[in-house]
Design a protein around this ligand. Structure first.
Ligand SMILES: Cc1cc2nc3c(=O)[nH]c(=O)nc-3n(C[C@H](O)[C@H](O)[C@H](O)COP(=O)(O)OP(=O)(O)OC[C@H]3O[C@@H](n4cnc5c(N)ncnc54)[C@H](O)[C@@H]3O)c2cc1C
Length: 335
């Protein structure tokens, strides 16, 4: 199957489990919004692909509100769909059968690995950590920030099939005016022996904290050494804002908070609309993971702290005074 420019734009449906049922992760709705914009240039339809059993049916109404016309419901026999070689072969099969022009997925660690394998299997050009995607002069053009958010680049994908991994919060999710009723197409994919060489021996889903996932949250409140191990003020402000809680490596290395909360070069890269850093100096290794945030607010008792160089809004003060006041004021304004 070829990949014509007006072939479907296919979006991978990432999910999490809520009360035992698969649910779409919020960044998928942003992807569907971007996919519609990309497809509009060639009049292509937007398709979705579900690798999780039950997800296609569970998500049909929601993806219909975002203009999806076909949901590809993929089964992989007794192969493990959580393994990236298996996911890559499943995506390659769908992209080929649908004659897709582009495959979009959220820029997670797992999806990046699956996308790289998909690129090898199909010869597609792959760009990860995108913040925007459009079509210009027939080519898929991807925007992304590099060098810790200090440069913005644009990359044209010149292959017939484009694979783009998009960061959370790249665009606001916008439903269509007239929802569609997507058709479900089943695909039984036979996975190669090579993709089955690794075996997954166990999987434990992290217990839900009730807060958004750090990598996809629209707002993040992060604490550093300045908390001295007491994250209560950081957590209180995060909960008032509906934000995720993040941290510096110092805080995670000290065991004040789990390593999954670490933002930075050797932690999670985030690009929320709002980042609030409290008791954080703004070391280059931390900046590398948060400098692409929309609005950066810094709370630090040292007016010479380097984080103020990149902050849009800075408060010189003790975080244990400033954060509770901010939380109280937000509560008051919300009535
Ligand atoms: C290879 C390598 C990789 C690394 N990867 C990462 C990474 O991924 N992420 C990461 O974060 N770091 C990483 N680091 C560590 C990084 O270099 C810094 O050491 C770390 O980010 C500093 O953390 P901090 O800002 O919490 O602490 P500090 O630099 O010690 O800053 C603490 C700040 O808190 C302020 N403060 C103190 N008390 C208060 C108070 N009561 N109220 C308000 N402000 C207060 C101080 O003025 C100070 O500015 C890495 C280091 C290396 C070598």
């Amino acid at each position: 199957m070829t990949h014509p420019a007006d072939g479907p734009v296919v979006v991978l449906l990432d999910h999490h489990t809520v009360d035992g049922a698969p649910r779409l992760r919020p960044p998928v709705l942003e992807l569907l919004t971007l996919a519609r914009g990309l497809a509009r240039h060639t009049g292509a339809p937007v398709h979705a692909v579900a690798l999780e059993p039950g997800l296609a049916a569970a998500a049909a109404d929601e993806v219909g509100r975002y203009g999806v016309t076909v949901v590809h419901d993929v089964t992989v026999g007794d192969a493990d769909r959580h393994l990236t070689p298996v996911a890559a072969e499943a995506l390659a099969a769908v992209a080929s059968r649908a004659g897709a022009s582009a495959v979009l997925a959220t820029s997670t660690f797992e999806n990046k690995e699956a996308a790289a394998r998909l690129g090898v299997l199909t010869g597609a050009g792959v760009v990860s950590d995108a913040t925007g995607v459009t079509r210009e002069d027939g080519e898929v053009v991807v925007s992304k920030t590099v060098f810790a958010g200090t440069w913005t680049t644009r990359c044209a994908i010149t292959t017939p099939l484009a694979v783009v991994l998009v960061k959370a919060n790249a665009v606001p999710a916008e439903p269509v005016d007239a929802p569609t009723e997507p058709r479900t197409e089943g695909h039984a994919v036979t996975v190669s022996a090579g993709a089955r060489r690794a075996t997954l021996t166990g999987r434990t889903e992290r217990a839900a904290t009730g807060r958004p996932e750090l990598a996809e949250a629209q707002a993040v409140v992060a604490g550093g050494r300045g908390t001295n191990g007491d994250f209560s003020a950081v957590e209180e402000l995060a909960d008032v804002l509906g934000a995720a809680v993040g941290a510096t490596r110092v805080a995670t290395d000290e065991g004040w908070i789990g390593h999954e909360a670490q933002i930075g070069q050797t932690g999670v890269t985030i690009s929320p609309q709002l980042y609030i850093g409290a008791g954080i100096s703004g070391a280059v290794h931390h900046r590398g993971g948060m400098q692409a945030s929309g609005t950066i607010v810094a709370v630090n008792s040292d007016p010479e702290s380097p984080i103020f160089e990149i902050a849009d809004f800075g408060v010189v003060g003790d975080l244990f005074d400033v954060l509770p006041q901010a939380a109280a004021e937000i509560r008051r304004l919300r009535g």
